[in-house]
Design a binder for this molecule. Structure first.
Ligand code: NAD
Ligand code: TDX
Length: 330
């Protein structure tokens, strides 16, 4: 008898990384169920190429009643949980939605998933739960020491998942990706914001002296890593997911200005972010050695792909301008 294909429920599937994962599932012939509240960050345009190949529920993951009803109807085998408030600067302005969605929303999903006996629960955490590291790299067993309200809310959720694994033998896996970039990223984050500024012929705002380091992972590589871990990862484990492509913000912006063919002076140093983490860096040997995953796109070609995509989707990027001006008070 042919084995039934697992039914996959994806939260936050209309977001930046969630939609890349959904597009990958659909390419592989899998039709997921998506649960997304469509906050300012959610956008179904990201899923246009997958139209008709997924089922969509516009629902807040914090509403236990609604999530229960979806699980009762859909009976998912696997849950991949991306939905979150994801922007550090917003969490500094107001932590409330971060506590609500990232912590309570995760608790609701854990309880409903447990009740419905899902086979696997994949939690998308972040490298930010470790805090900053001046030298060396974080391993999966490094202490969790978050700094921003965003990171603290993700760490709380990450620890809650670990508690359910230990207490209830809940079949979860935790993934901690590094900074993503690529097509369809909301232009509040550094790389798409810089592209938007350059398109508007404005200077790119670089916090502090631009010496903070981030490890840049192309979004399709992140999606393929999540797929590998979902398919072959060990239950109860934590996996770092990074690219080893580290770059200081100032160098990233200069590379981007070069890629766009504009003057190298197209940026300005602005007031630093409060509590700004100096450097994130992941040791990703576990996923590489155990599961054979490898990122395919380095930073230079990844920025070229992102710029090419952005030039073709200027209308979409510029449609977020009002919201961005509201966020950065202009
Ligand atoms: P995003 O902000 O682009 O998307 C988040 C999605 O979640 C949106 O579609 C939004 O509508 C939805 N959402 C928000 N609150 C919700 C709620 N209460 N109920 C249902 N849906 C809700 O985020 P992203 O950059 O795609 O990040 C996805 C996940 O990956 C997040 O958990 C984030 O913490 C994590 N992560 C992101 C990065 C990165 O660089 N972007 C790196 C590491 C980890
Ligand atoms: O205008 C800016 N100028 C600037 O210098 C912005 C928006 C950012 N920065 C700096 C701050 C960081 O050092 O660029 C770096 C990247 O900033 P963000 O794009 O805001 O990302 P970061 O704070 O590193 O967090 C990201 O990576 C981990 C994601 O937003 C998180 O969701 C993820 O968990």
């Amino acid at each position: 008898m042919r084995k039934r294909i697992s039914k996959i429920l994806v939260t936050g599937g209309a977001g930046f990384i969630g939609s890349a994962f959904v597009r990958l599932l659909v390419k592989k012939g899998i039709s997921p169920v998506i649960v997304d509240k469509l906050t300012y960050a959610g956008d179904l345009k990201r899923l246009e190429e997958a139209r008709g190949k997924f089922k969509f529920y516009k629902t807040d993951i914090c509403s236990k009643k609604k999530v229960e009803a979806i699980f009762a109807k859909e009976n998912p085998d696997i849950v991949v949980h991306f939905a979150a408030e994801s922007h550090v600067d917003r969490s500094i302005q107001d932590a409330a939605p971060f506590v609500e969605t990232n912590i309570k929303g995760t608790q609701v999903l854990l309880d409903v998933s447990r009740k419905h006996k899902v086979q696997k629960f994949i939690f998308i955490s972040t490298d930010e739960v470790y805090g900053e590291i001046a030298k060396g790299k974080f391993k999966e067993d490094s202490p969790v020491k978050p700094n921003s309200p965003y990171a603290a809310s993700k760490a709380a959720a990450d620890l809650l998942v670990q508690a359910y694994i230990r207490t209830n033998k809940f079949p979860a896996i935790i993934i901690r990706p590094s900074n993503n970039y690529g097509p369809w990223q909301y232009p509040e984050k550094l790389i798409p914001l810089a592209i938007l500024k350059i398109l508007q012929e404005e200077k790119v705002p670089v916090y502090g002296k631009g010496l903070n380091v981030r490890e840049w992972l192309y979004v399709d590589d992140c999606a393929s890593g999540i797929m590998a871990i979902m398919s072959k990862g060990k239950i109860g484990q934590i996996y770092n997911l990074g690219s080893a492509c580290e770059s200081r913000n100032i160098d990233t912006i200069k590379l981007l200005l070069k890629t766009l063919g504009v003057s190298q002076s197209g940026f300005e140093f602005v007031k630093d972010r409060l509590g700004h983490d100096l450097r994130y860096s992941l040791n990703s040997r576990k996923v590489i050695r155990e599961l054979g995953w490898k990122p395919a796109v380095k930073l230079d070609p990844g920025l070229k792909l992102t710029v090419d995509w952005s030039l073709k989707h200027q209308d979409w990027i510029k449609s977020k301008l009002g919201e961005i001006n509201k966020l950065y008070n202009k």
